[in-house]
Write a protein that binds this ligand. Structure first.
Ligand code: NAP
Length: 464
């Protein structure tokens, strides 16, 4: 058994090193696949090492768990569309939080049965895992419901909401302290779990659907912290390390998203962005008339162009237009038009959404340019091709101090010589606000499904 323990600890160390190198690999599209593989191998090693604890493991039960959980996970992963990925991540976070809470709860049940109370950091770790894990579960379910639009997506606000939530949070913390002081008492455990489950709901309903991706990144961090606490409960160093890595990376991602929207985390969590009142105020005054054009009109402009910057957004993901637009840029390049892709950090519905889709369509990495690097180039750009993007090119963020997105960094396509906007209608984007870009003199609206329009544009450019 002693040799086993050394082997197990060595396995955990190897897994932790692989997790860290895996995360490092994920920081660039070029090394992301390798990073993912390293982290997966690390997880396999951690699982095998854990299964070596023969005395505490029931192999048939573990196999049944792998079969049911792995089967459900594989089917869900194969069936989910790229646009549904945030919802999928929300569910996975919630289940991760629930697992940590259940593991900690099982320790209390064991303690209550044997009468042997956990010692040292044990009680605090149990309480942390139950508290954070339960909040993560219900918070993630609400986030899922809002993103899937099976519940009201707007921020749900009511009088005295924040003070009452504050009092509720204080009450929950008091119960958490009691549960930690009396770790064999099941009543405190059930009370804590119940209050924490309700708290997850109360903290998430005042946040509008438009901010849900940020909330999901934050809940991802919570699920990591809950796993870390469960790691202390089980005295499992691999779980402590992987939980900490998830907790830290989730927080970093949350911060990146807030910075990209020029919002503070406090504003996202408590600002009720997207409440019915705020949406009404944001609909804006009459902006004029947008001019509709055809792909053939656009091809005429392309015949005199030298440079083109494609700005992909959520609509490209919905239409699955990434392959068609890569083909279009190849045809344009053959005609001597230099093409680049401008990547906004929060284009689409999750960080890196556009990078993933364009990589899938084999768009060369060298053509992808980050926002800060491409913005100075727009005044010299002949055509900015806005493909299913809306909020990330909205000049109100720069010009209109009353706009809810004022201050959000945008791709400044309106400074280009010509702007083609491909979308299906005049409907607003995720933030629910109108876009003055559509009414500018240098903007041509080409209405239709992004993939269909790009294919037509491709034919028109070829025949010109
Ligand atoms: P967006 O502002 O949501 O606009 C997407 C546009 O795509 C819509 O106006 C829609 O217009 C169009 N569209 C939908 N389906 C289409 C189709 N089949 N063909 C053509 N067009 C289609 O998207 P975005 O510019 O990418 O901005 C992302 C938004 O998400 C921002 O508000 C950002 O703050 C928010 N967000 C993103 C993240 C992230 O991590 N990426 C995180 C938090 C928040 P029609 O309906 O008229 O076609």
């Amino acid at each position: 058994m002693a040799e086993n323990l050394t082997l197990i600890q060595a396995g955990y160390l190897a897994a932790a090193v692989l997790f860290i190198f895996g995360l490092r690999g994920l920081s660039s599209p070029k090394t992301a696949v390798m990073g993912n593989t390293l982290a997966a191998v690390g997880m396999l090693i951690a699982i095998v090492a854990t299964l070596l604890y023969q005395k505490v493991v029931s192999y048939p039960l573990v196999l049944a768990g792998i079969g049911v959980g792995g089967g459900l996970g594989a089917v869900a992963a194969l069936r989910v569309a790229m646009t549904g990925m945030p919802q999928m991540v929300a569910l996975l976070n919630g289940l991760g939080g629930a697992a940590s809470a259940l593991v900690a709860g099982a320790e209390v049940l064991k303690a209550a049965q044997t009468g042997v109370a956990p010692t040292g950091i044990g009680p605090a770790a149990i309480v942390a895992a139950v508290l954070i894990g339960s909040i993560t579960l219900t918070g993630s379910l609400i986030a899922f419901g809002k993103l899937q639009e099976i519940m009201n997506t707007s921020a749900m606000v009511y009088p005295l909401q924040q003070p009452s939530n504050f009092v509720f949070a204080l009450g929950t913390l008091a119960v958490a302290v009691m549960a930690a002081l009396d770790p064999t008492n099941l009543t405190w455990l059930y009370a804590l779990a119940g209050l924490a489950l309700l708290m997850g709901v109360l903290l998430t309903i005042p946040i509008g659907g438009a901010d849900m991706p940020v909330v999901i990144a934050l809940l991802n961090s919570y699920s990591g912290l809950a796993a870390c606490a469960a790691g202390f409960v089980l005295d499992n160093s691999a779980l402590v390390i992987s939980g900490s890595l998830v907790g830290a990376s989730g927080l970093i991602l949350t911060n990146i998203m807030c910075v990209a929207m020029n919002r503070s985390l406090g504003n996202v969590l408590f600002g009720a962005f997207g409440s019915q009142d705020a949406s009404a105020a944001a609909s804006g005054a009459d902006q004029g008339t947008a001019m509709a054009y055809t792909p053939i009109d656009a091809a005429v402009i392309f015949s005199n162009a030298r440079t083109c910057v494609v700005v992909p957004g959520y609509g490209m993901a919905v239409a699955q237009a990434q392959h068609a637009v890569r083909e279009l840029t190849e045809v344009l390049e053959e005609k001597g038009i230099k093409c680049k892709f401008a990547i906004h950090p929060v284009a689409g519905r999750m960080p890196g959404h556009m990078n993933v889709l364009l990589a899938e369509a084999d768009v060369p990495y060298e053509q992808l340019v980050e926002m800060d690097d491409i913005n100075p180039e727009f005044p010299e750009t002949d055509v900015a091709l806005v493909l299913g993007a809306n909020d990330v090119v909205n000049p109100a963020a720069r010009e209109d101090e009353s706009s809810p997105i004022y201050g959000m960094p945008i791709l400044e396509v309106d400074k280009s010589q010509n702007v083609f906007v491909i979308k299906r209608s005049m409907n607003p984007g995720f933030a629910g606000i109108q876009n003055p870009l559509f009414f500018k003199d240098n903007t041509m609206m080409i209405f239709g499904d992004a993939k269909k329009v790009v294919i037509e544009l491709n034919d028109a450019v070829k025949n010109f």
